[in-house]
Structures are given as structure tokens and as C-alpha cells.
Design a binder for this molecule. Structure first.
Ligand SMILES: Cc1cc2nc3c(=O)[nH]c(=O)nc-3n(C[C@H](O)[C@H](O)[C@H](O)COP(=O)(O)OP(=O)(O)OC[C@H]3O[C@@H](n4cnc5c(N)ncnc54)[C@H](O)[C@@H]3O)c2cc1C
Length: 326
């Protein structure tokens, strides 16, 4: 469909859709409304038809369900999305970001010889076409990116798009049977490990307390956990502490870990190395506690507290708990 926008919806083994994907569907529906077009969704793997149809609540008109394609790997999804785009004539593919979204978006771009914009923070409609807004020069300027051909691939920053659960009703579920390319089936998913060792999916948390080497030792992570608990948030970590075995890899933020964009990122005992920064710089508010006033994190946080975390954290936790209970 001309002007149509196709989104991929990632789900877990229980069939719950990822918040970031729901944001992308909501955004696609909003934009499709302005274009007078349709937001379509691709779902792969075992998910109940009801759950697929339920994506209509976020504005999806049709859900293309490839049951036999495996979930969690990029190449099979590229096969399915490329096939749906070709058969149905979608003009754009929109991703909410996250590691898998980046990989699928990049694969789709190569497969369809398309144009791609990454790290997109907003999308608008101009003269009947989508324009992606992308921050550049360390977020000091925004450029508008349009597409000269179709399809145009748009990969958002993680959680760039808000979830809107009242955009529509039930979606039509269309079963698709796509023949996967030979190379797409070479890798097999043995286990899904994104939440290994962590109770909460940090990519979905609105409040994160990031703990670094400044915590001093593994047991001191309980200070970060107590603070996160008091605020109703989750705990994240730097690579330094993950490598030291203080915290699970599932909680690692950064270049070789996860990308997060919570409403509040509270960095405790974290120096702010570039490899860590790239994973959390999109957080709405960054607060840092560090005893070294020259720590790089003070160059990009919104609020910096110079001091010893061992003294500050217990008092902060107590104060927040008291405020919330009273
Ligand atoms: C290829 C590559 C990929 C990488 N990928 C990642 C990645 O994905 N994620 C990541 O995080 N890192 C990554 N790194 C590592 C990165 O370069 C840093 O080494 C790491 O982020 C540092 O972690 P940290 O801030 O916990 O430790 P440090 O840099 O040692 O900082 C500890 C901070 O704690 C402060 N501190 C100490 N005691 C206290 C106290 N009592 N109270 C308050 N503050 C205190 C110190 O002043 C210091 O600023 C990568 C590196 C490479 C080379």
C-alpha cells in the first residue's frame, strides 16, 4: 500500500510484545493517519492470533504473522519483512531501536537496497512523505532526512516513540508463509537470554540506578538495589563491574551492552566512559554521584553530585522511602 509503514513487533516466549515495538507501532499508526495510509506489523514465531489482533489497539491495521519463522534472530525477520514489503508495497519500515531492531533494519536496508536513517528521535510528514529527524554532532544539532526512493527505513533510538494504546480496535491477522533464505536458517536460537539473571528488563524500566566500579565491591550493589527499590526502578551496570563478576551481563549498559532511555538514569560510582555513555545518553534525565569532580560523567549529566556514594546512597534511599510512604 502506497505510503504504508511496516513495523516489526518483537515478543518474548510468553507472547508479550516488547514496549519499544509497541511504541513503534503507535508512531507508525500516527504517521500513517497523516499520510492517509496503513500501519502494518510483522510478527514471527508462536503467538496466539488474539494477541496479534490485539496490536490493533496500538493502531495496526494488518498483522502479517509468519508462524514458522523463528523469533529473536535478525535474518529470518529480514526475509519476512522484505517479502511483505515487496508483496504489499509498503513504502517505509519503522523500528523502535534496540539491538535486534538495528540489526534487522540494517539487514533490510541491504536486502532491498533501501535508504536508512538510524538514531532517529522523531518523524514527521512533509509533502506526503516521511522525514526522519536525527541528532548529529553529539546531539548539538538535528538534521532532517528524507528518502529519494522506496522503501525508506527508519530506525529510532530506543524508546523514542511513545506507546499509545487507544489508537484503534482489532487488527486483521494475515498468515504469511515465507520461504527463508538458506543463510537465514544457519543460526538457531537455543535459548532466549535477554533477561538472564535480572528480574526486570532494564530496557523497559523508567528509572535506572547504574552502578559502577566506585561501588567498591560486589556486595555494595545492594546499595544500588535498595535505592532502585525505593524509587520503583531497576539496576544497571557498567562493563567494568560486569567483567569483575559483580553484576550480570543482562544489566550492562553501553557499546557492548544494552541501550537504554529511561526517564531517570542515576549513575553511582560511574566515570562516564564513552563506551558507557553511548548506551545511556538518551536518558531523559541523568543524575551522577561521583567523588571525583573531574569525572567525565559530569560533562553530560543534568545534575551532578560530588561526594562519596557510600555516605549519600543510604541517606537518599531513606529519604525517598520516607517521602513515598508518607
Ligand atoms: C571495546 C570496548 C567496549 C566497551 N564496552 C563497554 C560497555 O558496553 N559498557 C561500559 O560501561 N563500559 C564499556 N567499556 C569499558 C569502558 O571503557 C570503561 O572502562 C567502563 O565503563 C568503566 O566503568 P566504571 O565507570 O564502572 O569504572 P571506572 O572508570 O573505574 O569509574 C569508577 C568511578 O567511580 C568513582 N568513585 C570511586 N569511589 C567512589 C565513591 N566512594 N563515591 C563516588 N564515586 C566513586 C571514581 O571517581 C570513578 O569516576 C568498553 C571498553 C572497550 C575498550
Amino acid at each position: 500500500m502506497a505510503g504504508g509503514i511496516l513495523v516489526y513487533a518483537l515478543h518474548d516466549d510468553e507472547g508479550n510484545f516488547n514496549k519499544n515495538s509497541l511504541g513503534a507501532i503507535s508512531e507508525a499508526a500516527r504517521l500513517a493517519g497523516e499520510l492517509g495510509s496503513e500501519a502494518g506489523v510483522v510478527v514471527v514465531g508462536e503467538v496466539a492470533d488474539d494477541a496479534c489482533a490485539g496490536l490493533g489497539a496500538y493502531g495496526a491495521k494488518r498483522v502479517f504473522h509468519a508462524k514458522s519463522a523463528p523469533e529473536g534472530l535478525a535474518q529470518p525477520v529480514v526475509d519476512v519483512m522484505a517479502s511483505v514489503i515487496r508483496d504489499e508495497g509498503f513504502s517505509y519500515a519503522l523500528f523502535g531501536g534496540g539491538l535486534l531492531g538495528f540489526e534487522i533494519g540494517a539487514g533490510l536496508t541491504a536486502r532491498l537496497n533501501a535508504g536508512v536513517t538510524m538514531e532517529v528521535t522523531a518523524v514527521k510528514v512533509t509533502d506526503g512523505k516521511l522525514i526522519a529527524e536525527r541528532p548529529v554532532l553529539q546531539d548539538s544539532a538535528i538534521v532532517d532526512v528524507g528518502y529519494v526512493g522506496e522503501p525508506g527505513i527508519i530506525i529510532g533510538r530506543l524508546n523514542a516513540f511513545d506507546v499509545n494504546e487507544s489508537a484503534g480496535g482489532q487488527a486483521e491477522v494475515v498468515d504469511v508463509d515465507v520461504e527463508l533464505s538458506e543463510w537465514s536458517t544457519k543460526a538457531r536460537m537455543r535459548t532466549r537470554g535477554e533477561q538472564r539473571g535480572a528480574d526486570v528488563n532494564i530496557e523497559d524500566a523508567e528509572i535506572l540506578v547504574g552502578g559502577g566500579r566506585g561501588l567498591g565491591e560486589k556486595d555494595n550493589f545492594k546499595l544500588a538495589e535498595e535505592l532502585a527499590g525505593a524509587m520503583g526502578g531497576a539496576v544497571a551496570a557498567t562493563r567494568a563491574v560486569v567483567d569483575a563478576g559483580w553484576y550480570p551481563y543482562a544489566a550492562q549498559i553501553g557499546q557492548t551492552g544494552k541501550t537504554v532511555a529511561p526517564k531517570l538514569y542515576l549513575a553511582v560510582g560511574i566515570s562516564g566512559a564513552i563506551q558507557h555513555k553511548v548506551g545511556m545518553q538518551s536518558s531523559e534525565n541523568i543524575v551522577a554521584i561521583n567523588k571525583d569532580q573531574n569525572a567525565p560523567i559530569f560533562e553530560f549529566c543534568d545534575l551532578g553530585i560530588v561526594g562519596d556514594l557510600h555516605k549519600i546512597l543510604p541517606k537518599l534511599t531513606e529519604a525517598i522511602a520516607a517521602k513515598r510512604s508518607g
